[in-house]
Design a protein around this ligand. Structure first.
Ligand code: PMP
Length: 439
Protein backbone atom coordinates (compact mmCIF):
# COMPACT_ATOMS: atom_id res chain seq x y z
CA UNK A 1 0.00 0.00 0.00
CA UNK A 2 1.29 3.47 -0.72
CA UNK A 3 0.42 7.07 -1.38
CA UNK A 4 2.18 9.93 -3.11
CA UNK A 5 0.97 12.45 -0.52
CA UNK A 6 3.48 13.56 2.10
CA UNK A 7 2.03 12.32 5.41
CA UNK A 8 4.41 14.07 7.83
CA UNK A 9 2.26 17.04 8.89
CA UNK A 10 -0.93 15.24 9.95
CA UNK A 11 -0.53 13.88 13.50
CA UNK A 12 -3.17 11.17 13.31
CA UNK A 13 -5.57 10.57 16.24
CA UNK A 14 -5.61 7.24 18.13
CA UNK A 15 -3.24 5.87 15.48
CA UNK A 16 0.13 4.16 15.57
CA UNK A 17 1.52 7.02 13.45
CA UNK A 18 4.92 5.57 12.58
CA UNK A 19 3.45 2.18 11.75
CA UNK A 20 0.66 3.70 9.65
CA UNK A 21 2.93 6.01 7.72
CA UNK A 22 5.22 3.12 6.84
CA UNK A 23 2.25 1.07 5.57
CA UNK A 24 -0.68 3.41 4.93
CA UNK A 25 -4.26 2.41 4.27
CA UNK A 26 -5.79 5.22 2.21
CA UNK A 27 -9.52 5.34 1.59
CA UNK A 28 -10.52 7.30 -1.47
CA UNK A 29 -14.25 6.87 -1.90
CA UNK A 30 -17.30 5.34 -0.24
CA UNK A 31 -20.70 4.19 -1.43
CA UNK A 32 -23.35 2.15 0.34
CA UNK A 33 -21.57 -0.30 2.63
CA UNK A 34 -18.30 -0.16 0.69
CA UNK A 35 -15.10 1.81 0.80
CA UNK A 36 -12.72 1.99 -2.18
CA UNK A 37 -9.00 2.44 -1.62
CA UNK A 38 -6.55 4.52 -3.60
CA UNK A 39 -5.42 1.24 -5.15
CA UNK A 40 -8.92 0.39 -6.33
CA UNK A 41 -9.67 -2.30 -3.74
CA UNK A 42 -13.25 -2.62 -2.48
CA UNK A 43 -13.46 -2.83 1.32
CA UNK A 44 -16.64 -3.80 3.17
CA UNK A 45 -17.27 -1.22 5.89
CA UNK A 46 -18.14 -3.55 8.76
CA UNK A 47 -17.76 -0.73 11.28
CA UNK A 48 -20.08 1.94 9.79
CA UNK A 49 -17.05 4.22 9.72
CA UNK A 50 -16.49 4.57 13.44
CA UNK A 51 -19.91 3.29 14.59
CA UNK A 52 -21.58 6.23 12.86
CA UNK A 53 -22.53 5.84 9.19
CA UNK A 54 -25.73 4.01 10.08
CA UNK A 55 -27.57 4.73 6.82
CA UNK A 56 -24.58 3.79 4.68
CA UNK A 57 -22.27 5.99 2.62
CA UNK A 58 -22.91 8.46 -0.15
CA UNK A 59 -26.53 9.29 0.65
CA UNK A 60 -27.32 11.95 -1.93
CA UNK A 61 -30.27 13.26 0.09
CA UNK A 62 -27.92 14.35 2.86
CA UNK A 63 -25.47 15.86 0.37
CA UNK A 64 -28.26 17.85 -1.27
CA UNK A 65 -29.58 19.11 2.09
CA UNK A 66 -26.08 20.20 3.15
CA UNK A 67 -25.36 21.93 -0.11
CA UNK A 68 -28.71 23.78 -0.07
CA UNK A 69 -28.18 24.84 3.55
CA UNK A 70 -24.68 26.13 2.85
CA UNK A 71 -26.08 28.56 0.31
CA UNK A 72 -29.12 29.55 2.38
CA UNK A 73 -27.65 30.08 5.85
CA UNK A 74 -24.13 28.78 6.25
CA UNK A 75 -23.61 29.96 9.81
CA UNK A 76 -25.12 32.14 12.51
CA UNK A 77 -24.09 32.56 16.12
CA UNK A 78 -26.16 30.34 18.39
CA UNK A 79 -25.58 32.71 21.33
CA UNK A 80 -28.66 34.94 21.57
CA UNK A 81 -29.58 34.34 17.90
CA UNK A 82 -31.60 31.51 16.47
CA UNK A 83 -32.39 29.87 13.19
CA UNK A 84 -35.42 27.78 12.33
CA UNK A 85 -33.45 24.73 11.32
CA UNK A 86 -31.97 24.40 14.83
CA UNK A 87 -35.42 24.46 16.45
CA UNK A 88 -36.86 22.21 13.76
CA UNK A 89 -34.10 19.63 14.22
CA UNK A 90 -34.53 19.61 18.02
CA UNK A 91 -38.28 19.09 17.57
CA UNK A 92 -37.69 16.18 15.19
CA UNK A 93 -35.06 14.57 17.43
CA UNK A 94 -37.27 14.44 20.50
CA UNK A 95 -39.84 12.39 18.60
CA UNK A 96 -37.32 9.55 19.00
CA UNK A 97 -36.18 10.11 22.58
CA UNK A 98 -37.92 8.75 25.71
CA UNK A 99 -41.09 10.72 26.51
CA UNK A 100 -39.58 12.58 29.49
CA UNK A 101 -36.46 13.76 27.61
CA UNK A 102 -37.66 16.69 25.53
CA UNK A 103 -34.81 19.16 25.70
CA UNK A 104 -31.80 19.11 23.41
CA UNK A 105 -28.42 20.73 24.06
CA UNK A 106 -26.32 20.70 20.87
CA UNK A 107 -22.59 20.01 20.73
CA UNK A 108 -20.18 19.05 17.95
CA UNK A 109 -19.12 15.60 19.07
CA UNK A 110 -19.72 12.81 21.52
CA UNK A 111 -16.91 14.00 23.76
CA UNK A 112 -18.52 17.41 24.03
CA UNK A 113 -21.92 15.84 24.66
CA UNK A 114 -20.40 14.03 27.64
CA UNK A 115 -18.75 17.18 29.01
CA UNK A 116 -22.04 19.03 28.59
CA UNK A 117 -24.04 16.32 30.35
CA UNK A 118 -21.63 16.32 33.31
CA UNK A 119 -21.85 20.11 33.57
CA UNK A 120 -25.65 20.03 33.33
CA UNK A 121 -25.67 17.49 36.17
CA UNK A 122 -23.53 19.74 38.37
CA UNK A 123 -25.56 22.85 37.55
CA UNK A 124 -28.80 20.99 38.27
CA UNK A 125 -27.63 19.75 41.65
CA UNK A 126 -26.40 23.20 42.62
CA UNK A 127 -29.53 24.91 41.39
CA UNK A 128 -31.75 22.75 43.62
CA UNK A 129 -29.63 23.34 46.69
CA UNK A 130 -27.51 20.18 46.54
CA UNK A 131 -24.17 21.85 45.90
CA UNK A 132 -22.35 19.07 47.75
CA UNK A 133 -23.20 16.62 44.98
CA UNK A 134 -20.08 17.07 42.85
CA UNK A 135 -18.68 13.57 42.26
CA UNK A 136 -19.36 11.29 39.32
CA UNK A 137 -19.41 7.55 39.09
CA UNK A 138 -18.30 5.89 35.84
CA UNK A 139 -17.41 2.32 35.02
CA UNK A 140 -14.32 0.29 34.20
CA UNK A 141 -13.67 -0.11 30.46
CA UNK A 142 -16.03 2.78 29.67
CA UNK A 143 -15.31 5.20 26.86
CA UNK A 144 -16.83 8.65 27.19
CA UNK A 145 -14.68 10.59 24.77
CA UNK A 146 -11.34 12.23 25.33
CA UNK A 147 -11.95 15.51 27.10
CA UNK A 148 -11.10 15.87 30.78
CA UNK A 149 -14.55 15.04 32.13
CA UNK A 150 -14.87 12.11 29.76
CA UNK A 151 -11.52 10.58 30.63
CA UNK A 152 -12.25 11.10 34.32
CA UNK A 153 -15.45 9.05 34.21
CA UNK A 154 -14.04 6.82 31.48
CA UNK A 155 -12.50 3.53 32.45
CA UNK A 156 -9.93 2.74 29.79
CA UNK A 157 -6.56 3.03 31.49
CA UNK A 158 -4.44 4.12 28.50
CA UNK A 159 -6.79 7.06 27.91
CA UNK A 160 -6.36 8.26 31.51
CA UNK A 161 -2.79 7.66 32.59
CA UNK A 162 -0.60 10.64 32.00
CA UNK A 163 -3.43 13.19 31.98
CA UNK A 164 -4.22 13.74 35.65
CA UNK A 165 -5.26 15.22 37.93
CA UNK A 166 -8.77 14.34 36.84
CA UNK A 167 -12.25 15.05 38.24
CA UNK A 168 -13.33 13.41 41.51
CA UNK A 169 -14.78 10.10 40.34
CA UNK A 170 -15.00 6.45 41.18
CA UNK A 171 -15.65 3.46 38.95
CA UNK A 172 -18.10 0.58 38.94
CA UNK A 173 -16.83 -2.80 37.80
CA UNK A 174 -17.32 -3.66 34.15
CA UNK A 175 -19.68 -6.50 33.28
CA UNK A 176 -17.57 -8.59 30.91
CA UNK A 177 -17.62 -12.13 32.33
CA UNK A 178 -16.44 -14.68 29.83
CA UNK A 179 -16.24 -17.45 32.43
CA UNK A 180 -20.02 -17.28 32.95
CA UNK A 181 -21.39 -15.68 29.81
CA UNK A 182 -19.26 -16.84 26.87
CA UNK A 183 -21.14 -17.11 23.55
CA UNK A 184 -24.21 -15.28 24.85
CA UNK A 185 -26.71 -14.22 22.24
CA UNK A 186 -28.22 -10.89 23.18
CA UNK A 187 -28.05 -9.94 26.84
CA UNK A 188 -25.97 -12.22 29.07
CA UNK A 189 -27.86 -14.11 31.76
CA UNK A 190 -25.31 -13.67 34.52
CA UNK A 191 -24.23 -10.44 36.14
CA UNK A 192 -27.16 -8.44 37.52
CA UNK A 193 -25.38 -8.64 40.88
CA UNK A 194 -22.66 -6.36 39.47
CA UNK A 195 -25.16 -3.49 39.78
CA UNK A 196 -24.95 -3.86 43.57
CA UNK A 197 -21.45 -2.37 43.40
CA UNK A 198 -23.27 0.91 42.86
CA UNK A 199 -24.85 0.60 46.32
CA UNK A 200 -21.41 0.01 47.78
CA UNK A 201 -19.82 3.01 46.07
CA UNK A 202 -22.70 5.23 47.15
CA UNK A 203 -22.34 3.95 50.69
CA UNK A 204 -18.60 4.64 50.59
CA UNK A 205 -18.78 8.18 49.15
CA UNK A 206 -22.18 9.23 50.52
CA UNK A 207 -25.15 9.91 48.26
CA UNK A 208 -24.99 13.59 49.15
CA UNK A 209 -21.59 13.85 47.36
CA UNK A 210 -22.58 12.19 44.09
CA UNK A 211 -24.09 14.18 41.20
CA UNK A 212 -24.52 11.46 38.61
CA UNK A 213 -23.66 8.02 37.36
CA UNK A 214 -22.71 7.77 33.70
CA UNK A 215 -22.67 4.51 31.80
CA UNK A 216 -22.80 3.27 28.25
CA UNK A 217 -25.83 0.93 28.14
CA UNK A 218 -23.55 -1.25 26.00
CA UNK A 219 -19.85 -0.54 26.32
CA UNK A 220 -18.54 -0.04 22.79
CA UNK A 221 -14.88 0.90 22.63
CA UNK A 222 -14.20 -1.08 25.82
CA UNK A 223 -14.94 -4.28 23.92
CA UNK A 224 -18.65 -4.48 22.98
CA UNK A 225 -19.89 -5.51 26.41
CA UNK A 226 -23.63 -6.06 26.73
CA UNK A 227 -25.44 -5.23 29.96
CA UNK A 228 -26.47 -8.37 31.86
CA UNK A 229 -30.21 -9.00 32.00
CA UNK A 230 -31.87 -6.69 34.54
CA UNK A 231 -28.66 -4.75 35.22
CA UNK A 232 -29.73 -1.40 33.74
CA UNK A 233 -33.10 -1.47 35.51
CA UNK A 234 -31.32 -2.13 38.79
CA UNK A 235 -28.99 0.82 38.17
CA UNK A 236 -32.04 3.02 37.62
CA UNK A 237 -33.63 1.83 40.87
CA UNK A 238 -30.49 2.46 42.91
CA UNK A 239 -30.01 5.95 41.43
CA UNK A 240 -33.64 6.78 42.23
CA UNK A 241 -33.32 5.53 45.78
CA UNK A 242 -30.33 7.79 46.38
CA UNK A 243 -31.41 10.85 44.41
CA UNK A 244 -28.55 10.51 41.91
CA UNK A 245 -28.85 11.30 38.21
CA UNK A 246 -28.37 8.53 35.66
CA UNK A 247 -26.77 9.43 32.33
CA UNK A 248 -26.73 6.99 29.42
CA UNK A 249 -23.93 7.61 26.96
CA UNK A 250 -25.63 6.47 23.77
CA UNK A 251 -23.10 7.88 21.33
CA UNK A 252 -22.77 4.38 19.85
CA UNK A 253 -26.03 2.71 20.89
CA UNK A 254 -28.22 5.56 19.65
CA UNK A 255 -29.84 5.64 16.23
CA UNK A 256 -30.78 2.06 15.59
CA UNK A 257 -27.67 0.09 16.49
CA UNK A 258 -29.53 -2.21 18.90
CA UNK A 259 -32.86 -2.37 17.06
CA UNK A 260 -34.54 0.74 18.47
CA UNK A 261 -33.77 4.46 18.29
CA UNK A 262 -32.01 4.25 21.65
CA UNK A 263 -30.86 1.53 24.05
CA UNK A 264 -33.08 3.24 26.58
CA UNK A 265 -36.12 2.25 24.51
CA UNK A 266 -34.77 -1.21 23.67
CA UNK A 267 -34.11 -2.02 27.34
CA UNK A 268 -37.02 0.00 28.72
CA UNK A 269 -34.97 2.07 31.16
CA UNK A 270 -35.27 5.86 31.12
CA UNK A 271 -32.15 7.77 32.17
CA UNK A 272 -32.13 11.45 33.14
CA UNK A 273 -29.93 12.39 30.21
CA UNK A 274 -28.77 10.72 27.01
CA UNK A 275 -25.63 11.74 25.15
CA UNK A 276 -25.68 11.29 21.40
CA UNK A 277 -23.50 11.96 18.33
CA UNK A 278 -22.25 9.84 15.38
CA UNK A 279 -25.43 8.40 13.80
CA UNK A 280 -27.36 11.59 14.60
CA UNK A 281 -26.05 12.95 11.26
CA UNK A 282 -25.08 9.59 9.77
CA UNK A 283 -21.57 10.60 10.80
CA UNK A 284 -21.12 12.85 7.79
CA UNK A 285 -21.11 16.25 9.53
CA UNK A 286 -19.89 16.54 13.14
CA UNK A 287 -22.75 17.02 15.60
CA UNK A 288 -23.52 15.82 19.10
CA UNK A 289 -26.37 16.39 21.53
CA UNK A 290 -27.51 15.85 25.08
CA UNK A 291 -31.14 14.90 25.53
CA UNK A 292 -32.29 16.15 28.90
CA UNK A 293 -35.32 15.49 31.08
CA UNK A 294 -37.67 18.48 31.12
CA UNK A 295 -37.46 18.60 34.90
CA UNK A 296 -33.67 19.09 34.84
CA UNK A 297 -33.83 21.76 32.16
CA UNK A 298 -36.67 23.57 33.95
CA UNK A 299 -34.85 23.53 37.28
CA UNK A 300 -31.85 25.25 35.71
CA UNK A 301 -33.64 27.57 33.31
CA UNK A 302 -36.56 28.69 35.48
CA UNK A 303 -34.43 29.76 38.41
CA UNK A 304 -32.63 32.61 36.73
CA UNK A 305 -34.16 36.04 36.14
CA UNK A 306 -35.52 36.57 32.65
CA UNK A 307 -32.78 38.04 30.49
CA UNK A 308 -30.02 36.30 32.40
CA UNK A 309 -28.05 33.50 30.81
CA UNK A 310 -29.17 30.37 32.62
CA UNK A 311 -26.34 28.02 31.69
CA UNK A 312 -22.86 29.35 31.02
CA UNK A 313 -21.98 26.75 28.46
CA UNK A 314 -22.13 26.31 24.68
CA UNK A 315 -20.11 26.01 21.51
CA UNK A 316 -19.53 28.25 18.51
CA UNK A 317 -20.98 25.47 16.42
CA UNK A 318 -23.86 24.37 18.69
CA UNK A 319 -26.80 23.64 16.35
CA UNK A 320 -24.67 24.51 13.32
CA UNK A 321 -27.22 24.99 10.53
CA UNK A 322 -25.33 22.80 8.08
CA UNK A 323 -25.05 19.98 10.64
CA UNK A 324 -28.76 20.34 11.45
CA UNK A 325 -29.56 20.07 7.74
CA UNK A 326 -27.52 16.88 7.54
CA UNK A 327 -29.29 15.60 10.66
CA UNK A 328 -32.77 16.32 9.34
CA UNK A 329 -32.01 14.54 6.06
CA UNK A 330 -30.57 11.63 8.07
CA UNK A 331 -33.77 11.37 10.14
CA UNK A 332 -35.81 11.41 6.91
CA UNK A 333 -33.83 8.38 5.71
CA UNK A 334 -33.98 6.53 9.03
CA UNK A 335 -37.72 7.03 9.29
CA UNK A 336 -38.59 6.33 5.65
CA UNK A 337 -36.42 3.21 5.38
CA UNK A 338 -37.29 1.85 8.82
CA UNK A 339 -33.59 1.71 9.69
CA UNK A 340 -33.98 2.41 13.40
CA UNK A 341 -35.65 -0.97 13.94
CA UNK A 342 -34.02 -2.92 11.12
CA UNK A 343 -31.42 -4.49 13.44
CA UNK A 344 -34.27 -6.10 15.39
CA UNK A 345 -35.52 -7.94 12.29
CA UNK A 346 -34.28 -10.70 9.99
CA UNK A 347 -30.95 -9.06 9.29
CA UNK A 348 -30.09 -8.99 13.00
CA UNK A 349 -31.07 -12.66 13.25
CA UNK A 350 -28.83 -13.53 10.31
CA UNK A 351 -25.96 -11.52 11.82
CA UNK A 352 -26.33 -13.38 15.11
CA UNK A 353 -26.50 -16.81 13.50
CA UNK A 354 -23.52 -16.30 11.19
CA UNK A 355 -21.38 -14.65 13.83
CA UNK A 356 -21.89 -17.50 16.27
CA UNK A 357 -20.63 -19.94 13.61
CA UNK A 358 -17.22 -18.48 14.45
CA UNK A 359 -17.36 -20.28 17.79
CA UNK A 360 -15.10 -23.00 16.36
CA UNK A 361 -12.62 -20.63 14.64
CA UNK A 362 -9.07 -20.86 16.07
CA UNK A 363 -8.58 -19.40 19.54
CA UNK A 364 -12.05 -17.84 19.77
CA UNK A 365 -13.15 -17.71 23.42
CA UNK A 366 -16.28 -15.58 23.01
CA UNK A 367 -18.77 -14.36 20.44
CA UNK A 368 -21.31 -11.75 21.55
CA UNK A 369 -23.91 -9.68 19.74
CA UNK A 370 -27.01 -7.57 20.00
CA UNK A 371 -28.89 -5.94 17.11
CA UNK A 372 -26.25 -5.03 14.55
CA UNK A 373 -23.24 -4.88 16.83
CA UNK A 374 -21.04 -7.77 17.75
CA UNK A 375 -17.58 -8.92 18.73
CA UNK A 376 -15.37 -11.95 18.87
CA UNK A 377 -12.69 -12.34 21.49
CA UNK A 378 -9.52 -14.41 21.18
CA UNK A 379 -7.69 -16.30 23.87
CA UNK A 380 -5.09 -14.10 25.60
CA UNK A 381 -2.40 -16.60 24.56
CA UNK A 382 -2.49 -15.20 21.02
CA UNK A 383 -1.07 -11.97 22.36
CA UNK A 384 1.94 -13.56 24.02
CA UNK A 385 4.19 -11.43 21.80
CA UNK A 386 2.16 -8.23 22.03
CA UNK A 387 -1.34 -7.08 21.12
CA UNK A 388 -2.75 -8.70 18.00
CA UNK A 389 -5.36 -6.03 17.25
CA UNK A 390 -3.57 -4.06 14.58
CA UNK A 391 -2.29 -7.16 12.78
CA UNK A 392 -5.76 -8.69 12.80
CA UNK A 393 -7.27 -5.47 11.48
CA UNK A 394 -4.67 -5.37 8.71
CA UNK A 395 -5.32 -9.05 7.91
CA UNK A 396 -9.05 -8.35 7.43
CA UNK A 397 -8.36 -5.20 5.43
CA UNK A 398 -6.08 -7.10 3.06
CA UNK A 399 -9.01 -9.48 2.52
CA UNK A 400 -11.44 -6.62 1.86
CA UNK A 401 -13.15 -5.96 5.18
CA UNK A 402 -12.74 -3.13 7.68
CA UNK A 403 -13.16 -4.16 11.31
CA UNK A 404 -12.26 -2.50 14.59
CA UNK A 405 -9.97 -4.15 17.11
CA UNK A 406 -9.30 -3.57 20.79
CA UNK A 407 -6.62 -5.85 22.22
CA UNK A 408 -7.82 -9.40 21.53
CA UNK A 409 -11.33 -8.25 20.70
CA UNK A 410 -12.58 -7.69 17.15
CA UNK A 411 -15.73 -5.59 16.86
CA UNK A 412 -18.24 -5.02 14.06
CA UNK A 413 -21.06 -2.52 13.77
CA UNK A 414 -21.97 -2.39 10.08
CA UNK A 415 -24.23 0.20 8.50
CA UNK A 416 -27.86 -0.66 9.29
CA UNK A 417 -28.39 -1.02 5.53
CA UNK A 418 -26.16 -4.11 5.38
CA UNK A 419 -27.45 -7.19 3.52
CA UNK A 420 -27.04 -10.88 4.32
CA UNK A 421 -24.34 -11.47 1.67
CA UNK A 422 -22.19 -8.74 3.23
CA UNK A 423 -22.50 -10.38 6.62
CA UNK A 424 -21.42 -13.69 5.07
CA UNK A 425 -18.39 -11.96 3.58
CA UNK A 426 -17.50 -10.45 6.96
CA UNK A 427 -17.73 -13.80 8.73
CA UNK A 428 -15.67 -15.57 6.05
CA UNK A 429 -12.93 -12.97 6.26
CA UNK A 430 -12.88 -13.17 10.08
CA UNK A 431 -12.52 -16.95 9.88
CA UNK A 432 -9.81 -16.82 7.20
CA UNK A 433 -7.84 -14.20 9.13
CA UNK A 434 -8.11 -16.17 12.39
CA UNK A 435 -7.02 -19.37 10.61
CA UNK A 436 -4.13 -17.57 8.98
CA UNK A 437 -2.91 -15.96 12.20
CA UNK A 438 -3.72 -18.60 14.85
CA UNK A 439 -4.66 -21.79 12.98
N1 PMP B 1 -19.02 8.26 24.09
C1 PMP B 1 -19.00 7.07 23.51
C2 PMP B 1 -19.80 5.95 24.11
C3 PMP B 1 -18.26 6.86 22.36
O1 PMP B 1 -18.22 5.65 21.79
C4 PMP B 1 -17.56 7.94 21.80
C5 PMP B 1 -16.75 7.81 20.53
N2 PMP B 1 -16.46 6.57 20.07
C6 PMP B 1 -17.60 9.17 22.45
C7 PMP B 1 -18.36 9.30 23.59
C8 PMP B 1 -16.84 10.34 21.93
O2 PMP B 1 -17.35 10.80 20.72
P1 PMP B 1 -16.47 11.72 19.78
O3 PMP B 1 -15.36 10.88 19.24
O4 PMP B 1 -17.46 12.18 18.74
O5 PMP B 1 -15.97 12.86 20.59
Amino acid sequence: MSTNTNMDAFWMPFTANRDFKSDPRIIERAEGVMYYTNEGQEILDATAGLWCVNAGHGRSEIADAVSKQLLELDYASPFNFGHDIGFEFANRLIKHTPAQLNKVFFTNSGSEAVESALKIALQYQKSRGKAGKTKFLGRELAYHGVNFGGISVGGLTPNRVGFGPLLPVDHLPHTLDIANNAFSKGLPEQGIDKAEALEQLIHFHGADTIAAVIIEPMSGAGGVIMPPQGYLKRMREICDQHDILLIFDEVITGWGRLGAAFASEEFDVVPDMITSAKGITNGVIPLGAVFVKDEIHDQIVNNVAVGGIEFYHGYTYSAHPVACAAGLATLDIYEREGLLTRAAGDIGTHFEKELHNLKDAPKVIDVRNYGLVGAIQFDPSVAANGPIGLDFQKGCYKRGVMVRTMGNIVAFSPPLTIEANHIDRLVNVLRETAEDMFG
